[in-house]
Write a protein that binds this ligand. Structure first.
Ligand SMILES: NC(=O)c1ccc[n+]([C@@H]2O[C@H](COP(=O)([O-])OP(=O)(O)OC[C@H]3O[C@@H](n4cnc5c(N)ncnc54)[C@H](O)[C@@H]3O)[C@@H](O)[C@H]2O)c1
Length: 164
């Protein structure tokens, strides 16, 4: 099994399902986890999940849309062992499902702020603390490759015929 012993892994969106599972999986392989999320309850659950399997984790509350908060989590992670070895850039929101012409501007701004700007700010903050051989995994969605068709607020992976 691939080992992450002595490595520092930063997981954003760590309070959610995928982030939690990733944090536990990485910790089981020896990584020390910094669990970043804006939801303190989610962070706590993840830190507990990692520790209950014998792993090492600490939480860090941050909003990934804010550059100062991204720099703060990156600095904390680098302070753990001098560098960041793995970055799972995973925080994201689904937004609502709607055709673009009906999509509320406020919701559009929220989705772009987290899913696009948050990913960029994370990379910008973390890379200065990485050395050769480190890795970044940016989370995306199958919807980026195979868009869903939305009729009113219902979205379909396999859309019904176009006359509906
Ligand atoms: N679950 C799926 O089927 C699926 C499908 C495609 C893509 N994804 C992507 O995978 C990633 C994780 O998904 P999930 O299913 O675990 O979602 P989730 O909603 O369970 O977890 C997402 C986490 O991100 C956090 N978050 C949201 N905005 C944030 C912000 N501004 N700053 C910091 N944290 C923030 C939330 O608090 C939450 O804990 C997301 O990027 C999501 O878009 C998930």
């Amino acid at each position: 099994m691939f080992s992450f012993r002595e490595k520092v892994a930063v997981v954003t969106g760590a309070g959610g399902d995928i982030g939690r599972d990733a944090a536990v999986a990485l910790a089981k392989r020896g990584a020390r986890i910094l669990a970043v999320d804006m939801d303190p309850g989610g962070i706590e659950k993840t830190v507990e999940a990692v520790r209950s399997t014998g792993g090492t984790a600490e939480g860090f509350k941050a909003d990934v849309t804010q550059s100062a908060e991204c720099e703060a989590y990156a600095k904390r992670a680098a302070d753990l062992r001098g560098e960041i070895n793995l970055f799972f850039n995973n925080a994201g929101i689904e937004g609502i499902g709607a055709p673009l012409a009906d999509y509320p501007e406020e919701e559009f701004d929220k989705v772009i702020a987290v899913n696009v700007k948050g990913v960029y700010l994370g990379i910008k903050a973390v890379v200065p603390h990485m050395k050769k051989g480190s890795a970044i995994v940016n989370m995306a969605s199958v919807a980026g490759l195979n868009p869903f068709r939305c009729i009113r607020r219902t979205c379909f992976r396999r859309p019904p015929p176009l006359d509906q």
